[in-house]
Design a protein around this ligand. Structure first.
Ligand code: SF4
Length: 321
């Protein structure tokens, strides 16, 4: 809310301004060089730039290195069960549509045990930002093959190399019913990371962002070189895509024009093996949202809800006469 009668300045000033410190809490216990640090900083910056009140913001996670995220945010948080970030986040959004919801998940959390919830959360399309920290390994439990580990990955579960093709989270999400926003970025390109999360926060529906994340402890070989090799990244660019400053564009060698309203092209780009495409693959701002069907959005108060529930249960009453 603005206060146009501020005494010392004619420029309207906010009654309360939240700084970066308001969104931070504790000391992150991720390893040095872990991609989680830059993702955390970007989310905090987005919250600050959008002036999300910390008490109106909630971060929900499952289990894994990524899922420590809520502990480091000065907002509400829910560090839940493995693979269960989505149902908790959906429940929160359905009952409290006034909250800003971030669902934090990892490749083991989302693409394995949580895959069923992933499918339905995308279909429900409730307004929230989903951040998939994808480092291609189970890091918290010390190096087991994850669903996104590239074939041949040496791990404790596959010491001779993983044998199955990995799930491509972008390709998979683009194939789900009612998908409305799919983007990809990396932890090491801070300008693109920030701009992607910022765009996701503005999306009227579920914004799914896969973040290609480095795990220098257990997957040093996977993305170690990519972070310094400009040949590996392909920037998807469009006027309706991720908004990057011209100076940030200079760090990309390969730029591909892609209209994010074109889901068929998005699927083609998701399949490419020529490099890692980053940017907005797909956006549809008019996909139906299940959170708009909650009682809250029908203007029901507590008495109305109680009456509606009792009327519903009355249908199941067995009468003797
Ligand atoms: Fe990050 Fe890997 Fe360390 Fe986990 S094990 S905190 S993913 S660097």
């Amino acid at each position: 809310m603005l206060n146009p009668t501020h005494e010392l300045c004619s420029i309207p000033m906010p009654d309360q301004y939240f700084g970066m410190d308001d969104y931070g809490k504790g000391t992150p216990r991720w390893c040095p060089g872990c991609g989680g640090h830059s993702i955390l900083a970007s989310v905090q910056r987005v919250c600050k730039d959008l002036q999300y009140p910390p008490e109106k913001t909630v971060c929900v996670s499952g289990i894994g290195c990524s899922s420590r995220f809520p502990h480091y945010m000065g907002t509400y948080g829910f560090h839940g069960l493995h693979g269960r970030a989505f149902p908790v986040a959906c429940g929160i959004k359905f009952r409290r549509p006034d909250l800003n919801v971030f669902a934090i998940t990892g490749d083991g959390d989302c693409c394995s045990i949580g895959a069923g919830h992933w499918v339905h959360a995308i279909r429900y399309n409730m307004k929230m930002v989903v951040l998939l920290f994808d480092n291609g390994i189970y890091g918290l439990t010390k190096k087991q093959t994850s669903p996104t580990s590239p074939m041949g990955t040496l791990s404790n579960t596959h010491p001779a190399g993983s044998v199955l093709p990995p799930i491509n989270p972008i390709q998979t999400t683009l194939g789900l019913a009612n998908v409305s926003f799919v983007a990809q970025t990396t932890d090491w390109n801070s300008a693109h990371l920030y701009a992607t999360i910022r765009k996701a926060a503005d999306h009227p529906g579920l914004a799914f962002v896969r973040i290609v994340q480095r795990c220098p402890v257990f997957m040093r070989d996977l993305y170690g070189d990519i972070a310094t090799n400009k040949d590996e990244l392909i920037l998807l660019s469009h006027q309706n895509g991720i908004d990057l400053k011209p100076s940030a564009l200079q760090s990309f060698k390969h730029i591909l024009e892609h209209d994010p309203s074109n889901i068929h092209k998005a699927r083609e780009h998701a399949e490419t093996e020529d490099g890692i495409p980053i940017g907005l693959f797909y956006q549809n701002t008019s996909s139906p949202r299940y959170d708009l069907y909650g009682a809250h959005n029908r203007g029901m108060n507590t008495t109305d809800k109680k009456w509606a529930l009792e009327s519903l249960l009355d249908q199941y009453t067995i009468r003797n006469n």
